[in-house]
Design a protein. Structure first.
Ligand SMILES: Cc1cc2nc3c(=O)[nH]c(=O)nc-3n(C[C@H](O)[C@H](O)[C@H](O)COP(=O)(O)OP(=O)(O)OC[C@H]3O[C@@H](n4cnc5c(N)ncnc54)[C@H](O)[C@@H]3O)c2cc1C
Length: 511
């Protein structure tokens, strides 16, 4: 996979993940420039846990995972939470749970209303459509013939089918397609998989153009610093097999290293809160206070767990197959909760220690998709040590919504479709008082692995990039990945990140 670095390119893209693969492909198509992609990881082809949808959890903590952690707080019972990030071409899009959902119209209209001009739902819709090859074909909302094949899971597992049946009998509308502009209800999930094999921006966007005469992909190459001279970013320093190298960019450098590593690179290059940089021994180049701030993450509860009455069939699809979007409070304008029924006992280590987990078990796992809590990340020194603090559950509103989510999960479990599968509930325990459920939520909350917002787009003082994704105060440098989301989408973050990269390429091509 590694090609040799010519030392210069018109566009240097840092990070070959969900966004980076889109960017490389679209820059080739939309411009006449040369493109060089630097990726710290390697080629995912041949890694079974990447290609087989039902094995995705085995990617967590594997050799192709960066293995970050979220620092502990009392809000999550003092626990250090593992933060998985794919370190491989396709990035976290090669290792994730394959859920392909866009979120709610209000997410994007909210971005635009807060100053991100051009990112309202109507404006981003064409980029979502461009990206996908939806099994039902093209419509006003959906795209066909795009690089990433999207399908509903086939042969629903009994646990997945029960979520739909239980949701409908509970009162949720049936959603045949969860990617409508205002999803609220229960139905089959959309996954980036086809014929039992993962699809991704790696398989759909980048892999087909390997060998293009204007493309160089350098794997095993970890960017360490941006070269910034006279207010302009002119290149990137990186390490390849331990050897230092520099590539210069004739037109632009585009950061697509994800919501942890893009801000990290800016900080290491002296772009960030000047006071923080001085404190950790990095000379400030530009005082940009928002870098690393505004970190947002979805908590998922692992989980409301049940011993199954009869032996469950082996897990299939993405271990989920179906999903529900629902409100913790009926007065909310937008659903703030997502429920999945996971075909294995996906529980936090602390829940497992407290409530022994039977082998033949499954969970209903609620996730909070509209979060009030905000975190941050910063360097611990000039060599790149990181402190990442999402402040998960710091805001009472988040705890309250998750307590409601457990109550809704228990109501779903009481519906006939689940009742016939369940022998007994194993977690939470008998005590379902509010105090007991708050305690359970703090022990069960795990990251959904959806960090965003650390290089937020906008026009306010805390914004890192402007609505054209240009780093404010540095020429020749943009960020185009999950880190630019001003607020987290009310659903999983992969499809929105691919959309961001599709739009970024259009903006770059427009000059
Ligand atoms: C286990 C897991 C499950 C998830 N499940 C889902 C899901 O089901 N649905 C969903 O929508 N979202 C899911 N997500 C989140 C989703 O995958 C991410 O939001 C999305 O991939 C973010 O895209 P990105 O391009 O910003 O970052 P990434 O895809 O993480 O890409 C960043 C890339 O940059 C590379 N990189 C980082 N630093 C450097 C450096 N210094 N030099 C060179 N390269 C570098 C990385 O190796 C990586 O390839 C999950 C994530 C994980 C980890």
């Amino acid at each position: 996979m590694t090609s040799s670095d010519p030392g210069t390119a018109d566009y240097v893209v840092v990070g070959g993940g969900t966004a980076g693969c889109v960017l490389a492909r679209r820059l080739l198509e939309r411009t006449d420039g040369t493109v060089l992609l630097l990726e710290a990881g390697g080629d995912p082809d041949g890694i079974d846990t990447v290609s087989a949808p039902h094995r995705w959890v085995e990617n967590i903590g594997a050799a192709h995972d960066w293995g970050y952690t979220y620092a502990p707080t009392g809000h999550v019972a003092g626990r250090t939470l593992f933060l998985s990030r794919g370190k491989v071409l396709g990035g976290s899009g090669s290792t994730n749970a394959l859920v392909w959902v866009r979120g709610h119209r209000a997410d994007y209209d909210g971005w635009a209303a807060a100053g991100a001009r051009g990112w309202d739902h109507a404006s981003v819709l064409p980029h979502f459509r461009d990206c996908e090859d939806w099994e039902d074909g093209a419509s006003e909302q959906r795209g066909a013939g795009g690089p990433v094949r999207i399908e509903r899971p086939r042969d629903l597992h009994p646990v997945a089918a029960a979520l739909v049946e239980a949701g409908v009998s509970y009162g949720m509308p049936y959603l045949d397609d969860v990617n409508v502009p205002e999803p609220c209800g229960v139905g089959p999930i959309n996954t980036d998989a086809s014929g039992g094999v993962r699809t991704s921006t790696w398989t759909g966007h980048l892999r087909p153009v390997l060998g293009h005469e204007r493309l160089t992909v350098v794997t095993g190459a970890r960017a360490t610093r941006l070269v910034i001279t006279g207010g302009r970013c002119t290149g990137v320093e990186y390490l390849r097999d331990g050897a230092p190298a520099t590539v210069s960019a004739g037109r632009e450098v585009v950061l697509a290293a994800g919501a942890i590593d893009s801000p990290k690179l800016l900080l290491l290059s002296g772009v960030g809160p000047a006071e923080h940089l001085r404190a950790v021994g990095v000379d400030p180049v530009l005082d940009l206070p928002g870098v690393g701030r505004n970190l947002q993450e979805h908590p998922i509860l692992g989980g409301v767990c049940f011993a199954a009455r009869e032996a469950l069939p082996p897990p299939n699809n993405n271990l989920e197959g179906t999903t529900a979007f629902w409100r913790s409070d009926p007065s909310l304008a937008v659903p703030d909760l997502q429920f999945v029924a996971v075909q294995i006992p996906y529980v936090s280590p602390e829940v497992a220690a407290r409530f022994p987990v039977p082998e033949n078990a499954f969970v209903i796992a609620p996730g909070l998709m509209t979060v009030a809590s905000r975190g941050f990340l910063g360097l611990t020194g000039p060599d790149g040590g990181l402190h990442v603090q999402p402040n998960m559950l710091a805001e009472q509103a988040d705890v309250d919504a998750l307590v409601s989510s457990v109550e809704i999960a228990l109501d779903l479990a009481a519906q006939p479709a689940f009742a016939k599968l369940v022998e007994r509930r194993t977690a939470p325990g008998e005590d379902t008082s509010r105090a007991a459920l708050v305690d359970f939520v703090r022990q069960a909350a795990m990251p959904y692995f959806h960090p965003v917002g650390t290089c937020a787009m906008g026009v306010h003082d805390g914004a890192v990039v402007d609505p054209d994704l240009r780093v404010r105060g540095v020429d020749g440098l943009r960020v185009a990945d999950a880190s630019v989301m001003p607020t987290i989408t009310s659903a999983n973050t992969n499809a929105p990140t691919a959309m961001i990269a599709e739009r970024a390429a259009a903006l770059i091509a427009a000059g």
